[in-house]
Design a protein around this ligand. Sequence first.
Ligand SMILES: [Zn+2]
Ligand SMILES: [Zn+2]
Length: 174
Amino acid sequence: MHKWPIKISSLFNAPLGGKSSLKLSQDIDIFEEDFGVKGLAQIKGDLDMFKMEESVAAIFRIAPIKLDVSCCKCLNEFPVEIEFPEFERVFLLSKPKSYEKNDDSIMADLKNCEIDVAQPIYQEILLHLSPNPVCLTGCKGLCSKCGQNLNDSTCKCSKIVNPENPFSTLKNLF
Ligand SMILES: [Zn+2]
Ligand SMILES: [Zn+2]
């Protein structure tokens, strides 16, 4: 994943609650096989950052994005729109004294005075994608033998497994 560094130098010497805002606009490369996604997500939005004790709180407001995902049954691509609620991540300015397992705060890059927002945004996109996406309810998928998309037309293979086929009763005799 490419980095998306945001400078936080102006917040370092700011008083508690000091604020810095900026517009977000960048494409993020999304590649997640489980979610059938491979493509660019155009991220646009606003980022507000607040100086806290030992950390910077970042509040993201991101506009809805469109992504093409491929159906897990028929592999056809279809567009999905993802809407984000406002979300927040905390970037630590010093190593935490105690480590909590469920704490999803991230270390700020103190050497370069920046935070990397690529990962939290990527995580948020994944949170709003459904695993095993299906293009439509009742998608018939592909024939496992010939690969025909059964939403478009039937294939000859399906006739062989048809229980009304006289051969299937014949098979029961042996
Ligand atoms: Zn499908
Ligand atoms: Zn077939």
